[in-house]
Design a protein around this ligand. Structure first.
Ligand SMILES: Cc1cc2nc3c(=O)[nH]c(=O)nc-3n(C[C@H](O)[C@H](O)[C@H](O)COP(=O)(O)OP(=O)(O)OC[C@H]3O[C@@H](n4cnc5c(N)ncnc54)[C@H](O)[C@@H]3O)c2cc1C
Ligand code: FES
Length: 257
């Protein structure tokens, strides 16, 4: 799908827990070519002085009804305004942006890891990867049980595991402390992950040490979202690259960490 600026109509804004909301937006044009890992850059004009758009990964796409779902975590003013928006409002949105994950092949056994709002592209990938659910393993990390979102609708897509920093759900610690890393890592042919920078670096290091294919979706600060402002650059082995256009998905072998 060609990159486009369109007005998306907010159909639903549902609170999932204290800080996370699910926004369902309707597109006036087909959204059949938006893939896991890609994101949208949304103008929050209701917030007046917030003139820079804010990037959000695509959580889900309903191709038939032309809707896009986003998982929005309140971080600052822009995200808060979005979560307060009422159905019926429209948001000027640039989409689809960035490169998507490389789809696994049919014999792969994949580990998808999402930290915080990084869970959004992982759930979309679990839905679209076309693998038998027994070969899809999804590890989700958060600070505490109350920060995890309900993933019941996604359960049939694979096997889910959780970590919390305070031990209130799943195993205690960071995602890389999970027993999947200590006991079962070699069972996976591909790792895909999205989350905070330190988490990406920790996962990337382990994947490199164990020589496992690994793609990471980076969440560098962004402004334009389409390669003009250069505020999102990442140092890679091929020089500085814009995360918004050359990423956000990078193979770990290409990053210079
Ligand atoms: C490619 C991409 C995909 C993203 N996907 C999602 C998603 O699916 N769901 C979601 O909730 N969020 C996602 N984010 C993060 C989201 O864009 C930011 O939370 C949002 O832009 C913050 O805007 P704000 O106005 O609420 O906060 P601001 O007022 O702009 O900032 C509040 C604080 O957060 C910091 N901050 C802002 N953006 C980031 C960032 N990207 N990384 C680290 N710190 C930041 C600022 O420095 C400041 O300290 C994504 C970011 C990128 C780049
Ligand atoms: S956000 Fe402007 S170049 Fe990437």
């Amino acid at each position: 799908m060609k990159k486009t600026v369109i007005d998306l109509l907010l159909l639903e804004n549902k609170q999932l827990n204290k800080d996370n909301f699910l926004l369902k937006l309707q597109s006036p044009i087909s959204v059949s070519e938006i893939f896991p890992g890609q994101f949208v850059n949304i103008e929050i004009k209701e917030a007046g002085e917030i003139f820079l758009r804010r990037p959000f990964s695509v959580l889900d796409v309903d191709y038939q009804n032309q809707t896009i779902s986003l998982l929005v975590k309140i971080l600052g003013r822009g995200s808060k305004k979005l979560t307060e928006a009422k159905g019926g409002l429209t948001f000027s949105t640039i989409l689809p942006l960035g490169k998507s994950f490389t789809m696994p092949s049919k014999n792969d056994r994949v580990l998808l890891i999402g930290g915080g709002s990084g869970v959004a592209p992982m759930l979309f990938l679990a839905k679209c990867c076309g693998l038998d659910p027994e070969n899809v393993h999804v590890l989700i990390g958060a600070r505490s049980a109350i920060d995890h979102i309900d993933i019941e609708d996604y359960q049939p897509l694979g096997k889910f595991y959780f970590t919390t920093e305070d031990g209130t759900l799943g195993e205690k610690g960071y995602v890389t402390n999970h027993s999947l890393f200590t006991n079962k890592l070699k069972e996976f042919t591909k790792i895909y992950a999205c989350g905070p920078d330190l988490m990406m670096k920790a996962i990337g290091r382990i994947a490199l040490e164990n020589q496992i294919f690994c793609e990471l979706s980076l969440e560098n600060m962004m402004a334009c979202g389409f390669g003009v402002c250069l505020c999102c650059v990442e140092d890679t082995k091929a020089g500085h690259k814009c995360v918004c256009t050359d990423g956000p998905v990078f193979n770990v072998n290409d990053l210079k960490w």
